[in-house]
Design a binder for this molecule. Sequence first.
Ligand code: SF4
Length: 357
Amino acid sequence: MTTLLPFPRLRSSASAHAESVKRNQLALADAYGRVATDLRVSLTDRCNLRCAYCMPPEGLDWLPGADVLTDEEMVRLITIGVKRLGITTVRLTGGEPLLRKNLELLVADIAALSPAPEIALTTNGIGLAARAEKLAVAGLKRINISLDTLDPETFVRLSRRRRLPDVLAGIAAARAAGLNPVKINTVLMRGINDHEAFDLLRWAMSEQVQLRFIEQMPLDPQHGWKRDEMITADEIRQRLSRHVELVEDPEDARTRGSAPAELFRVAGTGYSVGIIASVSKPFCGACDRVRLTADGQIRNCLFARTESDLRTPLRSGASEEEIADRWVAAVASKQPGHGINDPSFLQPDRPMSAIGG
Ligand code: SF4
């Protein structure tokens, strides 16, 4: 059985392509007419939580320090992406990006690029309370914070750490620093926190943060993901609909583009909750994402089984053109989608913690 993907919507890709050609840039285009303009950069594979769907309690063998790109190397590659390859958004992820010592300096260097990309961060929120203001001043615009439960004991059960108050303080600090939007990424696990769907929605509405439920994806290092254990997008919608009426968000239908989340308006309110159905309703047809790992590998898809090494040429003095060409070739070979629903699907060797959100 072959996954029949929705026909790629050449909506913005054509304009992004035309715009990048106008700026004498190469476009990160693939064979399906998609153009990558959203760069996800994993700043580290290390993390200070041990979320059950991402990492074993003992952690993982971290990337060797010598393989991890220095700040200068990170900025050089991001600069090539922005100046030569049409990257317009840079999302900093991990592991946990707040563990990267000079994060504020990195953000400031990226924000100083011309054309300036929009900078976003995906974090577990630990330590954010003390840094949100500085990150916003450095140039950070928007943020996604992972929060899977409001119950301290469930938080410990899920992440093997007693840090819920830190995360909640981080969320409050992000709002106070004017980061906008502040999105909350939530993964529901059957029998652990799936009973909290509506509690999380009610909390997010009162806190005025944008809640995004994400289907659990097969990216755990233990390769233990089971489809029937995954809470599907339809299930999430049904559970919420026991408490509130959800209506398709008309604005979303019109403007969704490559955004992963499908938005549903809570009837009678101006609030929309997002559901990211990565597995059950893939959105790969409009994908504009490309990834750079902490050790300098390009992944043209979250589920790519091959990578393209930029670290070695970078360290052996390759020119910006050579690196840009290698990057373009990496994206050109992008598959039509993740293939999770294909019997032939094979999970990537690299775990989520070393790829980033
Ligand atoms: S799975 Fe791959 S192709 Fe699909 S949306 Fe994610 S990164 Fe894009």
